[in-house]
Design a protein. Structure first.
Length: 731
């Protein structure tokens, strides 16, 4: 590109940026190509043009915003190796050029256009994230804060927003304490009720959230901490919803970052959070509940680290805030369980106050153990049979939420009473929400209170038939109920994993269970929800925990699952959505075959029989690599690793064809997980083939060396080295 063309591009950058957002794909593609050429052939001019566009109030907001976004992307990337390249590229630019760009960015903070200001804030933070750790742009914080009180409201808002982004980007070590003090002073003053502009108060509150990590020294000072906490607590009472929500988000962050400093404020915070949960709008109430969930997390971690002893006289740095608040906190949370969404067809993934309350109640149970049970049981007893489905569902949810934490001795008598009731509700309750929560609660019962380690079993010869019958029948229900029923069966099977190789209470029902799970995977609506995944995961667990007695039935699954995998490979002319579901199914089927191979390959009699399918299986697994799905590739690699382990030296016959896929996996820099799994499979193959790996040693070792030296595969390198050393010994 010639000098004059550069000048023309710089002059026409506005139109190019607008064309890059055009509906017309031809116009858009041409503009994107022009921008790419401009960047590649004259980066300094390109960056300065973008900064100039962003700062120019006479330009359209659309072109200014895109200019800022492109400029931001020229400074940062998600991939670590690319990020490092962009940092070095910026640092190597001419100092004068960088100063011009930064001047444009700072000028934009005074723009009347909100989108331009907000975009400039993000770009400034990216530049600060590069320069401050390298002791460059030392005047930045001082420039910001020198006259912040005299700025127009919109500029003050942009300045505070920028400070928040900077605190998000920059490590606290990169900022001197004197500058931290200035930042916190400006932010807290911006939050103060004396500030009349709500946009400024909101920007300041959000900035404090990001600045809390810088404030450790300030939180160690009683006077400064008191001032910060007072302003935050006052902000939770603001008339503006977004300010209240952001203030509670600050309290959540403070609870995890400065838990040890909360004691003087905890009573006031409880009053504030209780009022918000009872009376405020849902976004605020959710954050108020999250505060207590965060406190629970902190206390669980502390008590686990120190042995979990609840002793007021101990030296454990736990203040037992949850234990002290228990008599009023638990009723508050139980009340939220009755606030389910009105729409019974709500999105399964939607987060609401009832879900938040139940989650917090579960954390409370883990924090205080047995003490939660007598506070929750009256609520359950009062509501479990009420005509209103919300009360029945809330009672069931409360019971399921407290099953992890209290001792089995405290819970098992209650579970034994509740089990029949739950099974009846799962079969007969007219409301799907109640059945969904009931199936989930049964799964929790089996997860935490069923297994060989427990002296008093909740599943006996008397009730196991009824339990299995109800769960299998529930797999025919609507997808969300069927999925939870699969989950309950998963934990039921898992509880018998130590039953021994020759006997299990599930053995008489094995065929029936497997058939029901396979039927669930074939439901037309299974692929539209998590049901199909849940059914295969449960089938895998049932197989994994099966006994020698059921090995012939497991063997019958091999050709069946192989046929299903074959059918997915034959499907043609699929839409992108159908292709995605097909790849997901291929991964599930490979995962299922992996479990079967591991199970049957662990004993000589069954290993000998199932190896007759090895050639066909390997051919299918290699075909899976033709898909573009990383998940399918991972599962195919894992199942091949299992087959190699089972086949031993006989796996050598597959190596000529498999080797190129092995190389491709080791070279997959785009998806480190595929690469990491492939490295693990190399280890499986080395152990299986022993000296028969020799013909492939050079190629594998060469690729492992590349992985070890790659800037893109930091997470893989730790697993590469031991495999490399094994190969060196072998070769």
């Amino acid at each position: 590109m010639s000098y004059f063309l550069h000048i023309q591009m710089a002059m026409e950058v506005t139109q190019i940026l607008l064309n890059a957002q055009a509906v017309d794909s031809t116009l858009r593609n041409q503009a994107e190509e022009n921008l790419k050429q401009f960047q590649e052939q004259n980066l300094p001019s390109f960056l300065l043009s973008l900064a100039g566009e962003l700062s120019n109030d006479d330009k359209p907001v659309e072109s200014r915003k895109l200019a800022g976004l492109i400029l931001k992307n020229a400074l940062d990337a998600k991939e670590q190796h690319r990020k490092l390249e962009l940092v070095q590229r910026w640092l190597s630019l001419d100092t004068s050029l960088k100063s011009q760009i930064k001047a444009c960015l700072l000028k934009t903070l005074s723009s009347p256009a909100l989108d331009a200001r907000s975009t400039a804030s993000q770009v400034i933070a990216k530049v600060a994230g590069i320069e401050l750790p390298h002791k460059q742009w030392p005047e930045l914080i001082g420039t910001f804060l020198s006259n912040i009180h005299q700025l127009p409201a919109h500029t003050k808002q942009a300045t505070l927003e920028t400070l928040g982004y900077i605190c998000e980007e920059v490590s606290p070590d990169a900022v001197e304490q004197d500058e931290v003090n200035k930042i916190l002073t400006a932010v807290v003053q911006g939050m103060n009720s004396s500030e009349s502009n709500n946009d400024v108060r909101l920007a300041a509150t959000r900035a404090l959230f990001n600045a809390l990590g810088f404030a450790r020294a300030n939180f160690s000072n009683d006077m400064e901490r008191d001032y910060i906490m007072r302003v935050v607590c006052e902000s939770t009472l603001s008339p503006e919803l977004k300010i209240r929500q952001s203030a509670f988000e600050c309290l959540v962050a403070i609870s995890s970052t400065y838990y040890e400093k909360l004691a003087p404020y905890i009573q006031d915070i409880f009053n504030i959070t209780a009022k918000a949960v009872k009376e405020d709008e849902e976004p605020v109430a959710l954050q108020a509940i999250e505060f207590w969930s965060s406190v629970c997390d902190e206390e669980i971690d502390i008590l686990e680290e120190y042995g979990g002893e609840f002793s007021a006289d101990s030296d454990v740095p736990c203040f037992y805030f949850v234990k002290q608040a228990l008599p009023v906190l638990v009723p508050l949370l139980l009340e939220t369980l009755l606030k389910q969404e009105e729409d019974q067809d709500q999105d399964e993934g939607a987060w609401n106050i009832a879900m938040a309350g139940g989650t917090c109640l579960g954390l409370v149970a883990r924090t205080v153990g047995d003490d939660v049970v007598p506070l929750v049981m009256p609520f359950i007893e009062e509501n479990i049979t009420k005509p209103d489905w919300r009360q029945r569902e809330a009672a069931t949810y409360a019971f399921g939420s407290i099953l992890e934490g209290p001792s089995p001795d405290k819970l098992i008598p209650l579970v034994n009473i509740a089990l029949n009731f739950m099974l009846t509700a799962l079969m007969k309750d007219p409301n799907n929400h109640v059945k969904d929560t009931t199936a989930w609660t049964l799964g929790r019962m089996f997860e935490f209170l069923h297994g060989s380690a427990l002296e008093t079993p909740i599943i006996t010869q008397t009730n196991i038939q009824q339990i299995i019958t109800v769960l299998l029948q529930s797999m025919k229900d609507v997808p969300n109920v069927a999925e939870k029923a699969c989950g309950a069966l998963y934990f039921l099977a898992q509880g018998y994993e130590d039953a021994g190789s020759s006997s299990s209470p599930l053995t008489p029902f094995f065929q029936e269970i497997v058939q029901a799970l396979l039927t669930a995977t074939h439901r037309e609506d299974a692929g539209e929800s998590r049901l199909r995944t849940a059914a295969y995961e449960t089938l895998n667990e049932v197989v994994r925990c099966s006994t020698d007695e059921t090995a012939p039935m497991v063997m019958q699954l091999v050709p069946l699952i192989m046929m299903e995998l074959h059918q997915t490979l034959e499907a043609q002319k699929l839409s992108s959505d159908e292709r995605e579901k097909q790849n997901e199914l291929q991964g599930l089927l490979c995962g299922c075959l992996q479990v079967i191979i591991q199970k049957l390959g662990s004993a000589e009699p069954t290993k000998y029989v199932f190896m007759q399918y090895a050639d066909q299986m390997m051919a299918l697994f290699l075909r899976v690599f033709a898909s573009r799905s990383a998940t399918a590739h991972e599962e195919a690699m894992l199942v091949i690793g299992a087959l190699a382990y089972a086949a031993g030296a006989d796996f050598a016959k597959y190596m000529p064809e498999f080797y190129r896929y092995l190389e491709m996996g080791l070279q997959n820099f785009e998806d480190y997980q595929v690469c990491a799994i492939t490295v693990g499979v190399v280890g499986d193959i080395c152990r299986a083939l022993e000296d028969k790996i020799l013909p492939y040693c050079d190629g594998i070792m060469t690729q492992l060396l590349k992985d070890l030296s790659s800037n893109q595969l930091h997470r893989v390198q730790q697993s590469c080295l031991p495999i490399y050393l094994v190969l060196m010994t072998t070769c």
